[in-house]
Design a binder for this molecule. Structure first.
Ligand code: NDP
Length: 255
């Protein structure tokens, strides 16, 4: 494996192909736009929001980078495989995968239905596992895989059982994959965001959002840009020594 010295440029990801799942809005949108601003060609995956995905593509193009929108339901293995094949066919290679697509869920264990369990685990675990499999098979040397977990795995409050369990599963997958692909210089990490808006946390009642903001020393909620900036570092050459890690990005809430 060749270890190079870092060179500093405004577009450190120029020449890299990045696939961001669930990138039509929320945190995924922030990540896709941030990687595009850093010079990457970005594949903007979405499930149903084609118009929103096209807007993200247009924003990235306005930075002078390339981007395409590709539809695929990340809960279905055959669609995941098609997404990766289309990425390689259209972009030629894969250097960066950000597993961002995810489904939120709030229910006490006493009330969880089998349908809800399937809905959440299909996307949050099946989707991440088979996206990791495709990346492990197709990714370039020194590639980068980042998966969006959640700080609920550190602070599991009542009602988050199914959601937090799905995120705990992908933290474990991350550690195993880090060991399996490390010999190719590929790093594999998770980010555990705290409450972030815009995003699924905006669906919760205002008093819950205020309480969450007050638990951070910065007295605010996170933004997709806060998360995206950390990911821009994690996928850079400079982060080559960080792998198998779960990085909590919650503005210091609950320290
Ligand atoms: P949003 O609900 O705002 O956005 C979800 C995104 O995922 C959309 O782009 C949506 O695309 C896409 N998506 C949903 N289901 C699928 C699917 N089956 N296949 C492909 N894409 C899909 O969520 P957030 O931005 O808030 O969350 C992004 C990630 O961050 C998730 O993994 C979430 O668990 C995690 N997270 C979020 C936190 C928060 O407070 N917001 C905190 C901690 C973690 P479309 O519109 O096309 O359906």
């Amino acid at each position: 494996m060749q270890i190079s010295n870092t060179t500093y440029t405004a577009t450190p990801l120029a020449g890299k192909i990045a696939l961001v799942t669930g990138a039509s809005r929320g945190i995924g949108q922030g990540i896709a736009e941030r990687l595009g601003r850093a010079g990457a060609t970005v594949v903007v995956n979405y499930a149903g929001s084609q118009e929103d995905a096209n807007k993200v593509v247009a924003t990235i193009q306005s930075f002078g980078s390339n981007a395409i929108a590709l539809q695929a339901n990340m809960g279905k293995v055959e669609e995941i495989r098609r997404l990766f094949q289309e990425t390689i066919d259209r972009c030629g290679q894969l250097d960066i995968l950000v597993n961002n697509a995810g489904i939120g869920s709030m229910a006490a264990i006493a009330d969880v239905t089998e349908e809800e369990y399937n809905r959440v685990f299909d996307v949050n675990v099946r989707g991440v596992l088979f996206a990791m499999q495709e990346a492990a098979r197709r990714m370039n040397q020194n590639g980068r895989i980042v998966t969006i977990s959640s700080s609920t795995t550190l602070y599991p409050d009542p009602g988050v059982a199914v959601y937090a369990a799905s995120k705990a599963a992908i933290e474990l997958l991350t550690q195993v994959l880090a060991k399996e692909v490390g010999n190719r210089g590929i790093t594999v990490n998770t980010i555990m965001p705290g409450p972030t808006v815009p995003g699924m946390f905006a669906n919760l009642p205002p008093e819950v959002q205020q309480q969450a903001a007050a638990s951070s020393p910065f007295n605010r909620l996170g933004t997709p840009q806060d998360i995206a900036n950390i990911i821009a570092f994690l996928v850079s050459e400079e982060a080559r020594w960080l792998t198998g890690q779960d990085i909590c990005a919650n503005g210091g809430a609950r320290i």
